[in-house]
Design a protein around this ligand. Structure first.
Ligand code: MN
Length: 204
């Protein structure tokens, strides 16, 4: 699928005359270096947005409690629409009345490497892994490091609601019991700003 078709849902939900969020169009560098970003989004309900570059877009999940560094934590991750690659650096305030209204900071960013293998230990391409409902990868960010896995636990065809995934830290040298920091006190990996500082800076 072309990246622009993949962004249909993203575009339909937004009025780019009103929001400073990127419209998108850039389809990315060669596959060897894939990017990830974790944003904190103080919307109607506070959540983290976990985004992985694949197929020229950012595959996205809303993670209410945020990614944990503790392998015992199974963090619910609800898929949201693909976002353009430029969204990786978006930090600011989405205006009142617009889709996703509220403040966004980049909590963590970096690169990731696909580690998904099949039963026989053969590598599985990342987009195929996501289609199949299980992907493992190594994050190299400012805050998040080491192996993580995303696993689909419910499809939207199962009835009773939306597709659901779990985001879980793999037990490796980068695991720890620290969990996730308080989103209200967390600072941007790009600017050092808190949600409150970004919100105050954007007030007309
Ligand atoms: Mn969000």
């Amino acid at each position: 699928m072309a990246a622009n078709d993949a962004l249909d849902r993203y575009h339909r939900r937004r009025d780019f005359a009103r929001t400073a969020e990127p419209r998108g169009g850039y389809t990315g560098p060669p596959e060897d270096e894939s990017r990830f970003v974790v944003q904190i989004h103080d919307a109607r309900t506070m959540h983290f947005d976990f985004r992985l570059e694949a197929d020229g877009v950012l595959k996205s999940w809303a993670v209410p409690k945020g990614p944990s560094t503790d392998p015992h934590d199974k963090r619910l991750a609800t898929p949201t629409e693909d976002h353009p690659l430029e969204y990786r650096t978006f930090e600011g305030v989405i205006p009142e009345g617009e889709y996703g209204a509220g403040t966004v900071i980049v909590w963590d960013e970096g690169t990731f490497r696909n580690l998904t293998t099949d039963r026989d230990g053969r590598p599985v391409p990342f987009t195929e892994a996501l289609d199949r409902g299980h992907a493992s990868f190594r994050l190299d960010g400012h805050k998040l490091h080491g192996g993580y896995a995303l696993t689909r636990i419910r499809t939207d065809r199962d009835g009773g609601g939306r597709e659901a995934w779990l985001l879980v830290k793999q037990a490796d040298a980068r695991a720890s019991a620290h969990g996730t920091p308080d989103p209200y006190r967390a600072r941007s990996a790009r600017t050092g700003h808190t949600l409150r500082q970004v919100a105050a800076g954007a007030t007309p």
